[in-house]
Design a protein around this ligand. Structure first.
Ligand SMILES: Cc1cc2nc3c(=O)[nH]c(=O)nc-3n(C[C@H](O)[C@H](O)[C@H](O)COP(=O)(O)O)c2cc1C
Length: 349
């Protein structure tokens, strides 16, 4: 069975248990990725559609992490993950980036199996040592991608996750063990990484017990000083509690801004807001857009909170975070906390 040791053969600098920041588009830039990798985790840079800006992020990451690169078996390899939102992305332009920077991990998300296969094969051609991690949110998608792409890891994204994900999802509590069983039946051995609702050592210990070899956190890192998050967004997240009540999954969080280009498999989890409430009460999207525009222009006198004026992506874990920290402290403390909880669990028997 694949374990942490399997992951470490490709990512020699990581410490156990593996903690990665999610490659959150626009939020996880070089600053966060560098800090997480330096702390012994897998730092990741999120998708940008501006290839020039992304190259600059990768250049500065390379400069910052040169001392770690010098210790790697392949000193050309950039010790981070690079996130790609696959649907609609130009393969050739991305392959030039993968060939030039050789990130340790290519994180692929949001596309069907055949597109994932094209991307996997293309990346392996231009950067054979880059590990392929595919994020998905159902047992069937995991099996299909495992059979077609033979990725190095499957990131199982549960329905608690912030940001986009499978509309018809389950939490990692059932998603991981069912996927473990399905893959085992087919004699497929692939590292599994857990994502969705993980905020601390307790959840990390639970994810490892469910069958994951490491964890990815997005929402938790919105509270890291190195993330690019506007202060008003951060304040709204720090004040939120009771994540199932204060966040919601819906396609309205994309639809509100115009035509929704996201494939219908996906919706997203954000802080609940006024336009979400209108949408669930059945108000049509055109009149919600008109109401939002009028209200934001101040013409109807109604007061809006920051989460009413945007789609503030966040997972159900929001209630467990209310202060700013730095990424290294987050990684270190969760790692140590996880070990404590695993020891405690073992001591019960
Ligand atoms: C603000 C934000 C932005 C995100 N952007 C991306 C993205 O660009 N690509 C991606 O694959 N996942 C993205 N995600 C989802 C994460 O990859 C991950 O599945 C999720 O954060 C895990 O759940 P958690 O937020 O409860 O930790 C995003 C999540 C958040 C909270």
């Amino acid at each position: 069975m694949t374990t942490f040791a399997t992951l470490k053969t490709r990512l020699p600098w990581i410490q156990t248990p593996l903690i990665a920041n999610a490659p959150m588009s626009g939020v996880a830039t070089s600053e966060l990725a560098t800090a997480v990798t330096r702390a012994g985790g897998l730092g990741q840079i999120g998708y940008l559609d501006d290839m020039h800006a992304l190259s600059q992020e990768l250049d500065s990451t390379r400069k910052e992490l040169q001392n770690i690169m010098d210790t790697l078996p392949d000193p050309e390899q950039l010790p981070i993950g690079l996130g790609v939102i696959v649907f609609g992305s130009p393969v050739d332009a991305w392959m030039r980036l993968f060939a030039k920077y050789k990130p340790a991990v290519a994180w692929l998300s949001f596309a069907g199996t055949s597109e994932m296969k094209t991307w996997t094969e293309s990346i392996r051609k231009v950067s054979p040592k880059t590990g392929i991690w595919v994020q998905l949110g159902s047992v069937q998608a995991a099996v299909d991608v495992a059979l077609a792409c033979h990725p190095d890891a499957l990131v199982l994204q549960g329905s608690d996750a912030g940001g986009h994900g499978h509309q018809d999802g389950a939490s990692i509590v059932s998603l991981i063990p069912e996927t473990v069983d399905a893959l085992r039946k087919l004699e497929i051995d692939i590292s599994l990484i857990a994502a969705g609702g993980i905020m601390d050592g307790r959840a990390t210990a639970a994810a490892l017990t469910l069958g994951a070899s490491g964890v990815v956190m997005g929402t938790r890192f919105l509270g890291a000083a190195e993330s690019h998050v506007p202060q008003i967004y951060r304040d709204a997240i720090f004040s939120a509690s009771d994540g199932g009540q204060s966040t919601a999954r819906s396609r309205v969080f994309d639809e509100i801004w115009g035509p929704n280009f996201w494939p219908t498999t996906y919706d997203g989890r954000c802080l609940r807001n006024k336009f979400y409430e209108m949408y669930t009460r059945g108000k049509d999207i055109k009149s919600i857009r008109a109401w939002l525009s009028d209200t934001m222009n101040g013409s109807d006198g109604e007061r809006l909170d920051v989460q009413d004026m945007g789609s503030l992506w966040a997972g159900t874990g929001v209630g467990m975070m209310n202060t700013l920290g730095n990424a290294a402290d987050i990684v270190d403390s969760i790692r140590e906390d996880t070990k404590r909880h695993l020891k405690h669990a073992a001591s019960l028997y």
